[in-house]
Design a protein around this ligand. Sequence first.
Ligand SMILES: C[S@@+](CC[C@H](N)C(=O)[O-])C[C@H]1O[C@@H](n2cnc3c(N)ncnc32)[C@H](O)[C@@H]1O
Length: 424
Amino acid sequence: MLDDERNVQLASSTARVDEINQAFYGRFQFPQPPLAFDAPANASLETLMLNQNLGAWDHSLFPEHSRIWVAGCGTNQAVFVGLRFPSASILATDLSAQSLETSSRTAYEVGLKNVEFRQQSINHADYPKEFDLVICTGVIHHNADPAVPLKQLAEALKPRGTLELMVYNRYHRILTTAFQKAIRRLCRGASFDDELRTARKLAATLRLENLLTQFVRQQAGLSEAEFADNLLQPVEHSYTVESLAALLDSCGLTLITPCLTQWSKASQNVSWSIDFEDTEIAARYDSLSDLERWELYNHLMAERAQLLWFYASRKESCRKAPSERELCEGFLSHRFAPAATQKRVYLRGPDGKYAPSPRSFEYPGVHPDVVCRRIVEAITREPRMLMDEALKSTGISRGFATVNSLRLRLTTSRYPFLISVPNA
Ligand SMILES: C[S@@+](CC[C@H](N)C(=O)[O-])C[C@H]1O[C@@H](n2cnc3c(N)ncnc32)[C@H](O)[C@@H]1O
């Protein structure tokens, strides 16, 4: 069948695409090594925040000794996860021996003992009901049929387990997919190195004045791995919220809530919501279900929308997934304590090796937002106040959009400022 929207010409079979990806990610190590890895001194902090991300205010969803699978871990994701969850037992798998080698070398340098690395395709994994958390970001959309690895990920979840999944947003991939297909047409089965050389030359010399050319010129300054990951990807599917929800449904999964990423934090675009000026439109929008609101947000934000990075669970999970409004109600009806701790930082040296910095740093430090700072101060002064009372005492609106944004910017993994105190 002709598929004009995605880059899937090479997707002849699951096995063939596994071979291609193994070679591609063997040649291009992705992602680039980060400048630093952080490790909070409070070893429980990230587990507490993960529980709070999902509305488990009593912190009972994820135990500290969780089993976690980082599926398609690339060169460093398992190290980040290992440091965030020092008491968890982590399995990290990937097709690429080279990426696993980089990852396990870095894990050794930062002293991790809780990560096991394994070269394996998700398509051949067999871990029935083993994991509390499965993390798979930027992986299944590179497979021949993303439903095949997704079913394996779903199988691997414990009944109350959670999947953290990221797939490409269709609105972000129109230009990358077009360029990938053009290069493939020009190079016709040549090596990755030949494709890379041709793509670099095309990026430097293409004189058309259009969005594609502007985009490709911006890519010219990227590292080789980033350039290849964007512009030479052998297979690339992408989704809207609707098509992602349908894919999950076909694999026995359902969306729970968006996962706040470092990119949404950096762009201050934290919640999947839009403020409408017109009251009639705002009222219609407010009456929609979570899924409908996320769909609408994605269509209207278009290329500025967030990555499709979500928490999901089994459809038949024994835990009912909270809606965003229920997450907000839970937030308002709890007491909190400040999470202040220290963090150790492992810095990349000129030799490419990681070593601990000589001193520790305050973590999470001072909140960058003045309203959030006022709330943290109010709670520090009066720890017995419920969040609802804290907002009332500081004159802050308790409307859904404000509360949801505050919840995300005070009590989640990206903003680990407050730890809920379970209600007596
Ligand atoms: C874009 S990288 C993402 C790496 C990592 N998840 C991250 O977010 O930093 C995609 C990774 O998925 C791996 N991969 C792709 N298909 C896979 C499969 N079927 N099984 C295991 N790994 C796979 C590739 O080898 C590559 O390392």
